[in-house]
Design a protein. Structure first.
Length: 233
């Protein structure tokens, strides 16, 4: 392939279009009671497939370095979730429902993968938001922005996740500790992302697609909230 970078950029543009269409179809399907059961049944497969599509450019262009970050982040976030489910000390007291698919130790296998995709997208957003020439401040600044972005994303996702039985909170209230944990865990994962070591925007291959997908997911959850609210669903 003469221009692999150009080919991956074309891939990102095409993937972004396809993912946008899928998100629109998914939102419509979730808002109609007749198709909602099918949407819930497809959720684990959809999350895995779209996540792989988003991660593919970075895996291809950054190779082992990014793959090591993916594996490390998956293990780290799964361990945090397992500790959280078992003790309630990390995020608060909660339990997962069946929507996200197969689980181990009470934690769906998909959930840590979703952490990887969300944190990667946040890292790409943060990497582009930071101006060039940050020097030594780039590393902690990127981690902080990643943590804030992921906590904000979770704030948007939570009402939908509870309604669709991704998980349920003890007492029905979402504790503030949950958002603090999201910020801290995402920031720690962001510290080791390949984008944190680079001097500029080029440090995050596949960043456009990952950032766009994070925005698409946030928009998807907002559309469902608004649809249920104004549609009296």
């Amino acid at each position: 392939m003469k221009n692999p970078e150009g080919a991956w950029r074309r891939y990102e543009r095409a993937a972004a279009i396809v993912l946008t269409v899928l998100m629109v179809v998914g939102a419509v399907g979730h808002l109609h009671p007749s198709t909602l059961p099918w949407m819930l049944k497809l959720t684990p497969d959809f999350g895995l497939l779209t996540g792989l599509v988003v991660l593919a450019p970075a895996l291809a262009q950054s190779g082992r370095k990014f793959a090591a970050w993916v594996v490390g982040t998956y293990v780290f976030t799964f361990a945090a979730e397992a500790a959280g489910v078992a003790t309630g000390a990390v995020f608060g007291a909660y339990a997962y429902g069946p929507t996200l698919g197969p689980a181990w130790r009470g934690v769906p296998l998909l959930i840590a993968f979703n952490w990887v995709v969300v944190v990667h997208g946040a890292c790409c957003v943060a990497g582009r938001a930071l101006p060039p020439g940050c020097g030594q401040l780039r590393w902690p600044a990127l981690a902080l922005l990643v943590g804030l972005a992921c906590a904000a994303f979770d704030f948007i996702m939570e009402p939908v996740a509870v309604r669709l039985d991704y998980w349920q909170w003890a007492g029905g209230a979402i504790p503030l500790r949950n958002y603090a944990a999201w910020l801290a865990i995402a920031a720690m994962a962001g510290l080791f992302h390949p984008a944190s070591a680079g001097p500029d925007r080029a440090a995050a291959p596949g960043g456009r697609l990952a950032a766009a997908y994070l925005g698409l997911q946030a928009a998807f959850f907002l559309v469902l909230q608004w649809g249920w609210k104004f549609g009296n669903g």
